[in-house]
Design a binder for this molecule. Structure first.
Ligand code: SF4
Length: 369
């Protein structure tokens, strides 16, 4: 009998009695599980639930997603962040529809061959949907293992990462690997939390090294992540004959495929008004004068802390050149909030205020209808 057998039994028994009733746990459909696992990366369960339900209603299966416009997919994703996930889902759905007969591969290796599917997602889908004994390690599982097995080294190091996957592999071997993996994730999310773990309610407390030593809250040990870089940028609510200009970012890169107000990053020590004139000249080929500053918004990305200065300006006559974006539209201002857009663009539109603000909520809803 494996030395992990008692641990497996304790985790499975606890999970079956305590698991939260989450929408994706009511399904064994591999597509639904794939969508949920992708949305849950870097994102809290409560945030994901409404997005998951809307997404599954709009794109109920692989073929529906494969046949959709990327704009519509990004529109459903808007506000969830990390938009590369949505672009990859769309790309992978097309591969599954075109090359796999519309059925997701049923092995971790097959899943990993799809765009955007890494080891974690492949292991989660293979184990939960197809009962494959494949491991998963996410932040929750890493924290549980560091405490349970007393791993007092940097969990981001290559050696510890390899050890975590080995431990997960050993545990996943056996009956019900999907439940076992979900038990580990659930334990990390509900009891073995970053602060104040509830060891008294934990099904593996008797075997836990950190519990025995009393140092659970100091684990896991993580090397310091690099501080986000501070960046300043400008954007313009640029109006011509009552219509405002929106530009679409190229599919690859930060916020790819989403719509934006035109603008760009400031050079070091560049003044916002001068930077706006330069950015609009370089990127649109328009010489914009007399821009009025409306305000600014702050936004934090994973590696950047951004301050965006928002201006209003009249666009001069002339053709718009496209540099650094792949499409543009002149729209009635009230239609801007309906475009697939990032949380940053929403904040910028809030600063613009009157021409669009009254319509932000209703248009956002109608865009999702
Ligand atoms: Fe985490 Fe406490 Fe359980 Fe150990 S006993 S795994 S520290 S909740």
């Amino acid at each position: 009998m494996s030395t992990r057998a008692p641990l497996r039994r304790a985790l499975l028994a606890w999970y079956r009695g305590h698991r939260r009733d989450l929408p994706w746990r009511r399904s064994r459909d591999a597509y639904a599980i794939w969508i949920s696992e992708t949305m849950l990366q870097q994102t809290r369960v409560e945030t994901v639930i409404p997005y998951y339900e809307r997404f599954l209603t709009r794109f109920p299966d692989v073929r529906a997603l494969a046949g959709a416009d990327l704009d519509d997919v990004l529109g459903e994703w808007a506000g969830l962040g990390y938009y590369g996930r949505a672009r990859n889902l769309h790309r992978a759905a097309r591969v599954v529809a075109d090359e796999c007969g519309g059925a997701l591969p049923d092995t971790a290796d097959g899943l990993r061959a799809l765009p955007g599917v890494g080891r974690y997602t492949a292991g989660a889908v293979a184990s939960i949907a197809f009962d494959r004994p494949e491991p998963v390690v996410d932040g929750n599982v890493a924290r549980v293992f560091a405490r349970l097995f007393g791993i007092r080294e940097d969990v981001r190091s290559a050696a510890v990462t390899a050890r975590l996957w080995e431990e997960a592999e050993a545990l996943a071997r056996g009956a019900d690997p999907g439940d076992l993996n979900q038990a580990l994730m659930e334990l990390g999310a509900t009891l073995c939390t970053q602060r104040a773990p509830r060891c008294e309610a934990c099904p593996v407390a008797a075997r836990c090294d950190a519990r025995a030593r009393g140092d659970a809250e100091t684990l896991p040990i993580k090397s310091r992540a690099a501080e986000p870089r501070s960046v300043e940028a400008v954007a313009a609510f640029l109006v011509r004959r009552g219509r405002a200009l929106a530009v679409r970012r190229p599919a690859e890169g930060l916020l790819g495929g989403l719509w934006d107000l035109p603008g760009g990053e400031l050079a070091p020590r560049e003044r916002p008004a001068a930077g706006l004139r330069r950015a609009l000249s370089e990127r649109l080929g328009l010489a914009v004068a007399g821009a009025r500053r409306l305000g600014s918004v702050d936004h934090v990305f994973s590696h950047r802390r951004l301050r965006l200065y928002v201006f209003r300006a009249e666009a001069p006559a002339g053709r718009v050149r496209r540099r650094g974006f792949d499409a543009h539209r002149w729209l009635p201002p009230a239609e801007l909030p309906a475009l697939p857009q990032s949380a940053l663009m929403k904040k910028a539109l809030d600063v613009v205020g009157a021409p669009v603000a009254a319509n932000v909520r209703s248009r956002s809803r109608s865009a999702r209808a």
